[in-house]
Structure formats: structure tokens, C-alpha cells
Design a protein. Sequence first.
Lengths: 237, 228
Amino acid sequence: MRVQVLNLVKEYDGVRVLDIEKLSFKEGRFHVLMGPNGSGKSTLLGIIAGLVEANTGRILYSDRQRDFQAVRRDITLVMQRSYLFNTSVYNNIISGLKYRGMNKSILRERALKWAEALDLNLFLHRNARTLSGGERQRVALARALVLKPGLLLLDESTANLDPESIIIIEKVLRDFLKESGATIIFVTHNVFQAKRLADRAYLLMDGRVIEAGESKEFFSNPDSELTRGFLGGEIVY
Amino acid sequence: MENILQGFRGALSLIFSGDREVYSIIGLSLSVSFISVLISMAFSVPAGIVIGMKEFPLRKTVVMIINTLMGLPPVIAGLLVYLFLSRSGPLGYLGILHTPKAMVIAQVLLISPIITGVTMAAVKDRGTLVKNTAYTLGAGKLQMLWTLIREFRTSIGSSLIAGYGRAISEVGAVMLVGGNIKRYTRVMTTAIVLETNMGNFDQAIAIGIVLLLLFFLINIILQKVQGA
């Protein structure tokens, strides 16, 4: 799903936290948003996911420029500390499918596919609340992927996780992108992870897009002094 | 002391002999309180969720009123319902004063703030997170509400049990609006008051024992629910 952000402004208590004139995310690509704390990354993701209302501006979804309600069920968001429902891992994974009234055989087939990909097979009948941080994030990702979203938003979804979980999640995300042709927008602080995953990268600071570019160019030859500073670790976040 | 022991012996005999009078009082108490909880639950739980999670003008005032009403003296609830349902009151034409319906209304008035308040406090901190999670997974409005109820089932369950305990144990309101009419509006609490006044200690003690056992049972259920 193609996403276009146009003249977007968001203010909290009169303070402008987001001010983006134009930004677009093409389908079938892995977009990585980077930036220091408070740069507006999560707010932007929240607005695209329909959780936060912008003061002005528009988000257009798909080339047919449909509005949010028309595509709501084709978008999903995985947060940094995902909330898991107080039930089994399996029930968590199928929760979004149940909201859509899918039949049991589809639920099971999709749940088992992603549970296996994310190495959750052994936990399926355990209460999701008893899992470790890495396992919980894998459940949250499985819960999102079973929906086959056209737009997958990930807000620092691998922050503070164990290396094993990060490796599994990154592999699954790449496989999902290849298989589905969806659009992924991934927020991270980790420059190394951004380099590994991005087809296209973006740097946000103080609510503005400082630089956006193809991964190779962005990381090897950035235009902006601020991007160079950020990638070189000179800007502390 | 002999009087008390005799009262207990008489009470046990009434309970185990299946005394019709005693059991009709118990049955009415249980059913009136159960219906009150059901009615209150239908609007107090959604109200608690909305008030707990939504920002709106005068929210703090609404919360303060609910918290105040959580300690509403039963006689005040009874008095209010009485004034509305009495023949000269605005709802007097309904003709339901001194009926079980009036008792249900008084109990609903009494327990709704408790159920609303406890639900509200439960969803305050994590409610938005649950709602956002359900929303990003594609839940509709009713599905979100159901998800919230399911996620906070322990606290909501506790509030319902606490409401039931409050309803079945109160005496002032049901005495005022029910009138304590034999085999019609006489419940356990009002019966205890009446039988004690009349000197029928065995009957009063018998009902008292059942009420106490019932509370014991309610507490066991409450502990189970909270420990779930």
C-alpha cells in the first residue's frame, strides 16, 4: 500500500511536534525512520495508524487515494512494548482475525505458519503474559502478520530485545516483505539495524524530515550535515 | 445466654426443616439483588470504561460525584426513590412503590456508583493501551468494548460481587421503598429487623446465619476472582 503524507502538522499544547510538507512510502519497500527522541517518529506512525489525530494535513492511502476508514483493516501497528491480551499465545495471534470474523481453519493455518516462523510453536498454549520480552514481541509480530497487512508499522519493535529475537524478527520481516509486497515503515534508533533493513531511509528531527533517500546513498553519502552527524554518532539520542 | 443458645437451636431447626417463610425471604433477597446487579452492570460497566478512558469537560467533577456516591447512605437512596415513586411524586403514576421493582430501583441507585467507580479505576491506566491494541488489530467499536471488558474481567467481576454484597446487605433503602411486606417485599435484612423487634430471635438468627454464610461465599468468590 502506498502512503502519502501531505502538509501534516501536529501540535501538543501549542508545541509543534510534527511538520511534514510531503513524504511518500512506496509499496513493496522497507522504509526505516530514524531520529533522536522527540523527533516525531512515533507521532507520525500514530497518525498513519489512525491512533493520533493531526491538526492539519492529510494522509492518502494507496494509489486510489482512499481515506483511512476504507483501509483501516489493511493497516496494523506493532508497538515497542506491545500489549498482549491476558490469554494464550494462540488466542493472541488470532485476535485480529477473529475481529474480522475469519473461519477457524484460516485462523489455525495462518497462526501456525507465523508461530513457526517466529519460533513460537512451543509456547502456543501458554499465557502470553508469562513470556519474556523478546518472546512477547514475537507474539505481537505474529499477531500483526497473520492479518496480511498491506501496511505494517513497527514502532521500535525490537528495542531492548535479546539478539536472538532481533535476528528472528528481522528475517521474518524480510521474508514477509518478499512474499506480500506490502509496505513496511520501521522506526528505530539503531543505525546498524537501519542499514541492515532499509530499502529507503529517513531522518527526522524536531518534527521535520531532514533527509530521505535510498539506503545506499543515505548511509554512504548523506546530503545533510545533520544526517552525517546522526549516522556518525555525534548526535546523542 | 440461654436465650441466645435457644435462638440458635431454633434457627438451625428452621434452616434444616426447610421453613417456607425463611426460604421465601432468602429467595426474594437473592433474586432482587441479582436483578439489580444485572441492570446496573448493563450501563455501569460501559460508563466506567468511558469515564475512565475518555477526556471530556467536567470529567474531574463527574469522577468526584461517582466517588462520593460510592459511599451513598442507603437510606438516602431509599428516600430519593421513595420521593419519586410515592403517589405525589413525579413517577407516582407507575404505582410501583412497595413492590420488588421499587427495591430493585433503589439497589441499582446504590450499587451503580460502586460498579462504575471500580471499573473506572481499573481501566484508567491500561485502558487506552488495550483499546489502541484492539484498534490497530481492526476491532470495531463493540469489539473494542468487549475486549476491554474481557481484559479487565477481574476488576469488573470484583465490582459486580462487591455490588451484590452491598445490595443484599443493605436495609434502609429496601425498608423504605419495599415496605417490608410479608411474602412480597420482605428480604433478609428487613426480616431480621422485624423479627428482632418482635422477639422472634430464632427466626432472626436463622436468617442472620444464612446472610452471614452468603457473605462468606461472596468473599470466597471475590478472592477467587481477584486471584485469577
